[in-house]
Structure formats: C-alpha cells, structure tokens
Design a protein around this ligand. Structure first.
Ligand code: ADP
Length: 285
C-alpha cells in the first residue's frame, strides 16, 4: 500500500480585473470551489492510476471538509486516516487576474492540527510513504523517522520549501523538488543536481516544468524529457508528478522508469484545468 501524509484544502478561486489593495473592495467573478492541497492532490493522482492509496490528514467538521472527503473517496483514496478536526477545513483563497497571475492566501486550519501522534503506528503493510509540507514540520519529521524505522520507502516532496533537519534529509529514499526548491536547498543556484545527494537522500528527482525532470542516483544524473503538450493550467502538476512517481515506485519500477511515467501523467494534467480534476487514469496515460 501507498500512504500519503499531507494537506487537504478547498481551493476557492475567483477571477478579478485586479487584486484588491489594503482597505479596498474589488468585485470579482463567481467563486469556483475545487478540491486541492498537496497531500490530497498527490493521493488522488496515485489512486486514479490504480494505486492502493490512503491519505493521512485532517479536515474540519464543515461543508468544505465533506467536499474534500467526497472527492478523495470518489477517486478511490482510503480516507480512514483523515481525521475530523475541531479546526476549520484548510482553505486556499486564490485570486486570478487577466495576466494569468495567481495570488494565494492559505489558511491551513485543520491541516495545522496534524500531530506527531497521528503518524505513530500507521506503517503496517505500507510499502511507500509520500510526504509534503503545508502540515506541521514536527509531524513530517516524526513521520519520516517512523517510516524509515519501519523499513518503508520514503519519498519527500519538499514543497513548499522549508528548512528540514539533516537527520530527516538523511532518512529519505527520494527527495522530490522543483527547480526553485532545489536551488533554495543548494543555497541559491542549481548548477549540478547531483549535489542534492550531498545533503543526505539516497536519490533525488528535480522537476523542470515543460522540460521534464532529472533523476539523480548514486549512478549519476539521468534526464527524462517531457512529452510536448499545449499547457492550459499547470496547477497541481508537481503533485500529479509526485503521485505518479510514488505509484510506480510502489509497483516496483526503478526511479528512472517511475519518472518516465510521471512526466506523462503530469503532461496530461497541464492540458486540462484544475488540479485533481485534471489527473488521468492509467488507461488515458
Ligand atoms: P511545480 O508544479 O511543483 O512547480 P514543475 O513546474 O516542475 O513543478 O512541474 C512538475 C512536472 O509537471 C514537470 O516535471 C513536468 O513533468 C510537468 N509539467 C509542468 N509544466 C509542463 C508543461 N508546460 N508541459 C509539459 N509538462 C509540464
């Protein structure tokens, strides 16, 4: 089984001619409510591809929480480890302006209530775990240590970028980052992705947007090109990649084979609007 530990958010998306400044009111378009959050997106991406996947997370006891649980279950994600918190469901308030620029205010809510105790004793029968941020760092670091102790393969999507301990980095089987996160980790510049292994993980995958990804193992760096597609919305592409990579690794593929699969899945996802609704099934891939 594949376990995803991470956030679930309702994305409230509204278009506007311009974003309001301090003290200002701007009228926008109709609100779209979309299921999101890095953890939930990753779990849905993997489940659509046929993986046996459970999410560890939290939502509030409110209508947005129900929307998120329905979306997860509808895609075949096991929600038995998604706790209902006394805090409200996490919400991302997203304003989209005509230049295509997003401004996003995230209210973590229930995601902030996921505690180290929630990740104890959950790794029985688990082959692979995928973690991302948007949930408390102490919980993520505890989960990495517990998973590594239990002999579970650990994939860590260091997004959004945050300072994690050397011990956590050293416990990772795969560090997954985009170019910006990789540069940040390496102190500002991504010259040679192989340098990521000096931070401690056994392997690393850097996603390169339309160019695809590069896989780094002790055997060196291998570039995996993306299929050429017409991108209409890249929201959640990184999460689609993470879910597909984890599903393939869990199915026994090598990391390079898994990345070859993940670039196809992520490329399809950018040709359609939204995050979770854009994720393909294995038949489509
Ligand atoms: P993030 O979404 O986390 O910033 P990237 O921009 O690197 O990460 O995108 C993640 C993956 O999504 C890429 O490795 C690639 O496979 C796919 N992808 C993103 N943008 C495009 C694009 N314009 N065309 C094809 N694939 C894309």
């Amino acid at each position: 089984e594949l376990l995803v530990i991470g956030s679930a958010n309702a994305d409230l998306v509204v278009s506007a001619d311009r974003r309001p400044g301090g003290g200002e009111t701007v009228l926008g378009g109709d609100t779209e409510i979309l299921p999101g959050g890095k953890g939930a997106n990753t779990a849905v991406a993997a489940a659509r591809l046929g993986a046996d996947v459970a999410l560890v997370g939290a939502v509030g006891d409110d209508p947005y929480g129900s929307v998120l649980l329905d979306s997860l279950r509808g895609s075949g994600v096991d929600t038995g480890l998604v706790r209902t918190s006394s805090r409200p469901t996490g919400i991302a308030y997203i304003t989209v302006t005509p230049d295509g620029e997003n401004s996003i205010l995230v209210s973590p809510g229930a995601n902030g209530s996921i505690e180290p105790a929630d990740v104890e004793g959950i790794f029985d029968g688990v082959k692979t775990v995928v973690l991302s941020l948007e949930i408390p760092l102490p919980t993520v670091e505890r989960a990495v240590a517990a998973a590594a102790d239990a002999g579970v393969k650990v994939l860590f999507n260091l997004s959004p970028a945050a300072k994690i301990s050397d011990a956590t980095l050293a416990a990772l089987d795969v560090l997954l980052v985009n170019e910006h996160e990789a540069a940040w980790l390496l102190g500002g510049e991504l010259d040679d992705p192989r340098q990521l292994l000096e931070l401690g993980p056994k392997a690393a995958v850097v996603t390169l947007g339309a160019r695809g990804a590069v896989v780094v193992t002790e055997d060196g760096a291998v570039e995996v090109a993306s299929p050429k597609v017409e991108a209409v919305d890249t929201t959640g592409a990184g999460d689609a990649f993470a879910g597909a990579l984890a599903a393939a690794v869990t199915a026994g593929k090598s990391l390079v084979e898994a990345a070859e699969h993940a670039v196809k899945v992520a490329a399809i996802s950018v040709t359609r609007r939204g995050a979770q609704p854009s994720y393909p099934t294995s038949d489509e891939v």
